[in-house]
Design a protein around this ligand. Sequence first.
Ligand code: TYM
Length: 327
Amino acid sequence: MSRVLSGLQPSGDLHLGNYLGAIRNWVADQGAHDAFYCIVDLHALTLDIDPAELRTRTHETALDLLAAGLDPARCTLFVQSHVPEHAQMTWLLECIATMGELRRMTQFKEKSAGNDSVRVGLFTYPVLMSADILLYDAERVPVGDDQRQHLELARELAIRFNHRFGPTLVVPEASIPSVGARVMDLQHPERKMSKSVNSPLGTILILDDPADIIRKVKKAVTDTDGEVRYDREAKPGLSNLVELLAVSTGRTPADVAGAYERYGDLKNDVGEALVELLRPLRERRAELAADPGEVADLLAVGADKARSTASATYQRAARAIGLLSPA
Ligand code: TYM
């Protein structure tokens, strides 16, 4: 079975972009692959986040992922900080990554723009992400389109490490869905749906109730030419809705666009399809919240499994790079 790994920040309510770009594919991959999924709380420290809130969000993110269909019997679900090798491996990789390549990361450029006291952790964030991936010998990394450049860095660091110190690390491949990899904000369709931007009407949360989902879709910004056509450049708002319906119903965007003449009809069907898509998740989430102890136990089992894989890779890398093994 091939090894798959992916991660997600516990930075608040998960939204439709997280679900369609990543989580849905994580669920599909478990069972058929040896899958590791990580709640990346160390990455969340690059944001200003209250300690108590970080703990709560980490726990709630685990509930959300279980509600979305992750099954701890068929995948390894764990919290990043429970496996100390992530921080250790990051240091090894920081010693082969360059300032120039980190400065080129577009997410770093966006998040640091206009801020004159940028944290070092925000700068080295992609190296921690590379460590997450390389520690598990992951061959495939299912992510949304916004992580493409970070994945390139992980590949590049693995190749460089192997070239310099001999074959040690598996070179991973990004796995980005053809539809749903870039869900756009419903109010600002030129930018991606994101938890770090405050756009309540433009963001559908996976736990939104049906009336809110329908209201947000009805109010989604489109255009005035009145023609239903899939064209992400010329018609970003409408094309986003077409993609949402395509991905929720397993059709192609072209098929969906061909089936409608009026924006209103398309919006009605998008709203209903999203309500149905998210319904099981919302129902299961309510059941899971009733037993918080169970989730803590599941995460402890996940951390044990993750740690045994991560520590073997870390030791291999530490030996290759020349660190003396403890007696
Ligand atoms: P994060 O937490 O921002 O997002 C989690 C996943 O959701 C995807 N995503 C989207 N997909 C489609 N449309 C959108 N609007 C959208 N917004 C988010 C992301 O692409 C991602 O797959 N750095 C990562 C977390 C990470 C990671 C890793 C991922 C840390 N270590 C190792 C893979 C492997 C991040 O901040 O994702």
